[in-house]
Write a protein that binds this ligand. Sequence first.
Ligand code: DC
Length: 218
Amino acid sequence: MPAPKPLVIAVDGPAASGKGTIARALAKHFGLPHLDTGTLYRAVALHLLRWGGDPESEFAALRACDEIAGLADDPELRSEAVGGIASRISAYPMVRQALLQRQQNFAEQPGGAVLDGRDIGTVIAPDATAKLFVTASPEVRAERRLAELLARGLHAHLADVLIDIRARDERDSHRSAAPLARADDALLLDTSALDRDSAVAQAVRLVERKIKAESQPA
Ligand code: DC
């Protein structure tokens, strides 16, 4: 009998949709390693910001891809400034190419993995066992992002956060290189009306159902 395929779960969705929380919870539930791929783009952005690299230059951003070791846990990664630059530099095809292999290596490790981002189900792991596309209305996402910022002691206004969320959606969805898109076989999970625990429970149910369907003989 052939060995069972490793369990690979792809979680995609727009900013503040809850995909990170869901991906972490799925990783814990299924005992899998997890990669938040946005962290890679944020690390490139942080390097540019710290060293005065020009985010308008694709070559400067490409060079920064070789300088991200040690930045994965930097608290500044989560700042809005870094998120804004990350959204810009992630549109560069050379940057996406430079970060592709390490994401694919993570997805292909023998024991399986959970990855979250924008192009996991479409580009990084198109053969993933289960793909979730997590979304929520821009208004709900703005409220969540505002709560996060306030909890970190930062000042922000809901209207500004909403403008920022919409601008980021626009950039992430309309860039030509690997835009944010729902894979044809991704299961949709709208978290607008769900609290954290219900969203996680629903995600686990969807993945378990997919695993069961995969294991049934055709
Ligand atoms: O998920 P996040 O907000 O941490 O991601 C930051 C930016 O990185 C986001 O605006 C788009 C980009 N990104 C991407 O293009 N592809 C991914 N797989 C993950 C993130």
